[in-house]
Design a protein around this ligand. Structure first.
Ligand SMILES: [Zn+2]
Length: 213
């Protein structure tokens, strides 16, 4: 199978998996993958991740010109903001997943790092999670705010909206997104409990052991 057909199938399979497990609803959420020729495949506008058609995915060339498929998601700028700042990004996943979005709405969340280091796997797959201030859909300031963080962070949380995660591959981005969502769920379950989070020393040890940025 050619690379492009394999990637088309991967995007549809991952989209259906995320949708069927309730990780994003309706036509929310979008996925993109960078191709070896520098172009991209991206999920279209008004498409449910649960029912993607591989032939209708939006195909872009390396300059960002749409070559074929349906019009891309209106949130394409989130993906291009990540790719523009991260040469190592091979895929981007953006969801309106319930628990991460709930955390993005908490008033007292730390804007530098929205979730504490609850588990080693969260530290290893996400690390720090800055909160991007709220902007209305379509406001170009949202793209600017994501770009300003993307060179230093492969995952960001959009306030009152949802998470955006880049990975070296689609499976890496998917697994990091799922770790983020599960950690957000734990964090919400633990509200009103006294936490024993990993210590700064334990986080530093993980960063050193696993060569994390
Ligand atoms: Zn969104």
């Amino acid at each position: 199978m050619s690379e492009i057909n394999r990637v088309r199938d991967d995007i549809c399979r991952v989209g259906a998996s995320l949708f069927n497990r309730g990780l994003t609803a309706g036509s929310s959420g979008n996925i993109s993958v960078r191709l070896s020729d520098g172009g991209w495949l991206m999920t279209p506008t008004n498409a449910s991740l649960g029912a993607l058609d591989p032939d209708r995915l939006s195909l872009f060339d390396a300059s960002g010109t749409l070559l074929s498929g349906d019009a891309p998601t209106k949130e394409a700028f989130l993906h291009f903001s990540m790719y523009g700042e991260r040469a190592d990004a091979g895929a981007v996943v953006h969801l309106h997943s319930s628990h991460a979005t709930a955390v993005s709405i908490l008033r007292d969340v730390d804007p530098q790092d929205a979730l504490p280091a609850l588990t080693a796997y969260y530290v290893m797959r996400i690390g720090r999670l800055p909160l991007v201030p709220y902007f209305a859909p379509g406001d170009p300031n949202l793209a600017h705010a994501v770009k300003a963080l993307a060179s230093r962070h492969h995952a960001v949380l959009l306030a009152n909206h949802g998470p955006v995660v880049a990975g070296a591959s689609l499976v890496n981005a998917q697994y990091a997104m799922e770790e983020l969502e599960e950690t957000a769920k734990l964090f919400l379950m633990l509200q009103n409990h006294v936490l024993r989070t990993l210590t700064p020393e334990q986080v530093a040890d993980l960063r050193q052991r696993f060569h994390l940025a």
